[in-house]
Write a protein that binds this ligand. Structure first.
Ligand code: XMP
Length: 517
């Protein structure tokens, strides 16, 4: 397995995904783990990620020295290269110009990291690679034992290697798709240099996970909060595969779900898969508590709190349950792991079916803890869940509660559900659904004047939002065809009485967020 040390880059998780794509298991940990942790981990190779700091400004942002002492291959990326250089006796300097974007490098064909790779060649036959750079500082003096393996005019030391010790470093980002042969570089590193086999596969994972769940819970009963989202759905399917009727799911309808969503969840789980599901319609309770509340954070807190309330009442009806299952996935684990790289600011208090209180006195069962989202999806399909459900866009825990601006009313939710369903329908029909990462309608509680037939209308506005993103940390608004937007707008205004105006949101994240609240 590969150990990745995170120095806080926005794209560190991509490194892990690239490694897993090679069917090699890896884990991501904060860079400031102990020497002992490094020695005990049993890595076949270590990757040092990029990060936002300068090595000469952040003297304590260093890899544990053991990384360079335990005799396994190391790959430093961007900041990882700089700290490697600094820690092994080279020199790093700031430069006046930041280099950001595509760059062409001349690469050493005999370096194991670049073996067999070229996007083009120079006149004298030297291989060239198209890479993605994003850095201010650079290595200006090699540490002893290293040679230059990649360079161009602006970054003379853009890659370096000490083949004897199997230390490799690149100033660019092989984990992003803009580096054309990045995937192959990661493959060279994990397979050829570290000697890892291809043993991280989905069928293998299912067998292992099923055995592990059976062993963990024995004959105990398990309870799971099913939201209809991908993570809890796949967790339910996996646990059901392992222990059948020892699993009971609680599905809480908070009145803020999408059109027909409750029906679909019951169909998939209760009827098709034969999972025991308790369906609680708590619409009235949620709406009651949301009445008169318009502050976004207050709304989020109420929805989170009421969910816990309802869930607890149901859990008490299952006194035999000893385990609480959750669809926690690896990015959640990484995010809450902390270390110096932990983000300090909460923009929105997130709520999902995780986060249930300890007062339930149940042990936690989190069978997806090691998986990335795309692996969870692959697992869901392998377990027989419909492709359409597993590849659905993410839906926030507070549901339509954060898509109805201001006070939530059932009437607003009903209008929004129908507008949203039309939007999604048309996106699918036009083959745009899978090209966007998230798309939905937002209800604006403002009225505007319109004309329909001979009459004046004075009705509500719906905004359409569609974004493209890799990680939901940053996002671009999707350039949907005008004809598609026109069709959606027409249908919503004609079919949803109460809405007479549709607008399209053209804000990126940052500075806007994806959801409106
Ligand atoms: P923002 O609006 O912060 O959203 O750009 C980023 C992503 O997170 C989703 N989101 C949530 N997911 N519980 C969730 O499970 C929440 O409370 C929550 N709030 C936002 C949002 O849909 C987007 O995919």
């Amino acid at each position: 397995k590969i150990l990745i040390l995170d120095f806080g880059s926005q794209v560190t998780q991509l490194i892990a995904r690239r490694v897993r794509e090679q069917q090699v298991y890896c884990e991501l940990h904060p860079f400031d783990v102990s020497d002992e942790f490094i020695r005990d981990f049993g890595a076949s190779g270590i990757i040092l990620s990029g990060g936002p700091n300068s090595v000469y400004e952040a003297a304590d942002w260093r890899a544990p020295q053991a990384v360079f002492e335990i005799g396994v291959p190391v790959l430093g990326i961007c900041y990882g290269m700089q700290t490697m250089a600094a820690q092994l006796g080279g020199k790093v300097e700031g430069s006046a110009t930041r280099e950001f974007g595509y760059a062409t490098l001349e690469a050493a064909a005999d370096s194991a990291l670049f073996r067999g790779l070229a996007d083009s060649h120079t006149a004298d036959g030297q291989p060239q690679l198209e890479v993605w750079m994003s850095h201010g500082d650079k290595v200006v003096e090699l540490p002893a034992g290293f040679r230059v393996t990649g360079s161009n005019a602006s970054t003379p030391i853009a890659a370096m290697a000490d083949e004897a010790r199997q230390f490799y470093a690149v100033q660019f980002h092989p984990e992003v798709t803009h580096t054309l042969k990045g995937r192959e570089m990661i493959a060279n590193f994990v397979h050829d240099i570290c000697g890892c086999g291809r043993d991280w596969t989905m069928p293998g994972y299912i067998d292992e996970a099923v055995a592990r769940i059976r062993e963990q819970v024995g004959s105990d009963e398990v309870i799971l909060g099913l939201s209809g989202g991908v993570d809890s759905s796949v967790a339910a399917a996996l646990i059901h595969r392992a222990i059948g009727d020892q699993l009971t799911c609680v599905f809480v309808d908070n009145g803020l779900l999408r059109l027909n969503e409750a029906e679909q969840v019951m169909q998939t789980f209760a009827r098709n898969l034969g999972v025991r599901v308790i369906h609680v319609d708590a619409t009235a309770q949620f709406m009651g508590h949301l009445q008169g509340v318009s502050d976004p954070e207050a709304k989020r807190k109420i929805i989170g709190r009421e969910f816990v309330e309802v869930f607890q009442v149901e859990a008490q009806k299952l006194p035999a349950a000893r385990w609480l299952a959750q669809g926690t996935i690896y990015p959640d684990v990484i995010e809450s792991a902390g270390g110096k790289t932990k983000k300090a600011h909460t923009i929105k208090s997130h709520h999902n079916v995780g986060g249930l209180p300890e007062t339930l006195k149940l042990k936690l069962l989190e069978p997806l803890r090691e998986l990335f989202k795309d692996e969870v999806r692959e697992l869901g399909v392998a377990l027989g869940l419909a492709h359409e459900m597993v590849y659905r866009h993410p839906f926030p825990g507070p549901g339509l509660g954060v898509r109805i601006l201001g006070e939530v009313k059932k009437e607003f939710a009903d209008l929004l559900r129908r507008a949203d369903a039309i939007f999604i329908d048309e996106l699918r029909a036009a083959d745009w659904y899978d090209k966007t990462s998230q798309a939905f309608a937002v209800f604006l509680p403002v009225k505007s004047v319109g004309v329909m037939g001979d009459g004046r209308t004075y009705e509500y506005v719906v905004a359409l939002r569609a974004v493209e993103t890799q990680d939901f940390m940053t996002a671009r608004w999707a350039e949907l065809p005008h004809s598609l937007l026109g069709k959606v707008s027409n249908r919503i205004i004609n079919e949803v009485r109460g809405i007479n105006r549709v607008v399209y949101d053209i804000s990126g994240k940052p500075p806007a967020t994806i959801e409106w609240e």
